[in-house]
Design a protein around this ligand. Sequence first.
Ligand code: B12
Ligand code: SF4
Length: 496
Amino acid sequence: MARVAFIVTTCHEFEGIKVLSSILKKHGHHADCFLHSEEKDFHKAVLDWQPDVVGIYATTGQEAWPYEYIRRWKKELKHLKVVMGGPHPSHDLEPLLHEDVVDATVKGEAEYAVIDLVEAWAAGRPIDDIPNVGVLKDGKPVQNPIRPVIQDLDSLPFPDVDVFYKYPFLRAKRVMQVHVSRGCQNSCTYCSVGLMKKDWVSGRRGEKFNRQKSVDYVCEEMNDILARYPDFKMVNFGDAALNMTRGWIEEFAEKWPKRVGLPFACNININYLKESDIVALKKAGCVSVQFGLESGSEKVRLEVYKKGYTDDIVYTIPRLLRKHKITYRTNNIMGSPAETLEDMFETARVNKRIKPNGCTVLIYRPFRSTVLGQQDFQLGRVDEQKDIGPSIQNDSMMKREDVREVVNLQKLFNVAVYMPGGEALVRQLIRLPRNKAFDFTLLSFLWYQHAVVSGYGMLDDFKLGLKNVGQIFGKSGVQKRRSFLDTIETGNEASF
Ligand code: B12
Ligand code: SF4
């Protein structure tokens, strides 16, 4: 039986790891997860656990941080194997070139690939033919074909929350993070989901990419967690959109209040949201929703981002949310190649008009796993030498004359939206060199809106910040310098 240690830097409960841990345990293996921020001596904690396999979850920019740790562990644990999974190696096999560190990657959904992999390693069998796995052959990274995505999410065991809630900080928070679906109805060009849809499905007839657990499964999963961790006051659904399957929210509104009854926040896709869904969300106990406005320009939203949110939808849904007393926050992108600085000010003005309870503002990042990102690299729009760290809230990688103004506007966006006369002031301020006061302004708004408006709790959010205060606005690769902003659970990372 193999011992598998997952490792992550961000202080958050990762759904993918919870599921992988539970499926490994179901197959008789041991699994645990080690959070860098929560261990006094990270190197020793993992080493003392004596893993046979270390599993890294990586988004782009967050793949290299553990390499030095792994080199040290490999010196002491001669048999140790290392596998990397998650969005980054699913689209980019570069990690395999670090032969002394990464032994295999996994593309897409990893439940069954991980079982095959650890069992092959334990038995000394070759891993070259395991579906989803990527390996180095004759010095070249090779990606094996992938198996179909898991069609019935109810067939999976309950996610193993214990590997995260063993940490006092995570189990003492007000808000529990939960996922009830995989996929998304939209395919926005700046998001990886569009390409995942094409790439992560095998093409088998009838195979679905958008899947949701049944309401009964979700209620049972919740009660199973609450029986062991009864102090959570609220749930945040981290899914791309809770309104993914027609009829699901109505059934949820009937069952959740009686069987679980915790208030919750979630993300929604407003182009699929009807007033009856908003009524059902309210009835179910929804206190706050978040959606991606992304751009004030309808043309950019529809033609470049392919987001499907017309101006009509953008102005109607907030009115309905206010009518039914659900608070809402928007996500906004600054600095994409589709926009001028004036377009970005228009995004601020549209926010002013639709009166969100908070605005999350992210800087456009050209991921190779997105349609728009691939175009940017092809067209030479990316400053590839610039290390902006793993975050999409720190700096811009785009070659643009007005990059300083764009980054400053992202930091001061909320001033333009919420302060009387704010836009005129911000127009002056963004010309100044970037500085800590601007960073602090962004953090303060984010903290207030997230902690107070969406109900995550001032203290929890503040503590999360303090844990990482030495790591503000970091570069890639070195875990000590990871961005503080990465560590803030914005409650929604879907719509960026
Ligand atoms: C919820 C979410 C978050 C949450 C939780 C993160 C998490 N992964 O649980 C929070 C808010 C913390 C977050 C933060 C960020 N996120 Co995020 N997030 C998502 C979102 C919406 C869903 C992820 C999810 O839980 N899916 C459900 C689970 C079951 O799937 P999964 O995590 O992919 O796990 C499966 C496989 O990936 C694999 N797997 C997962 N872990 C491992 C580990 C090993 C060892 C192996 C072998 C396999 C494996 O097996 C799992 C089960 O099948 C996705 C978009 C999406 N729809 O996928 C973006 C997404 C993953 N995030 C993204 C980004 C950019 C970020 C941030 C960098 C943003 C920032 N703040 O600057 C940070 C990075 C933090 C971090 N260390 O990952 C990008 C990644 C793009 C890329 N190419 O790298 C995505 C794809 C959205 C996008 N823009 O396109 N995010
Ligand atoms: S940005 Fe949000 S709405 Fe668009 S495809 Fe990604 S997860 Fe779906």
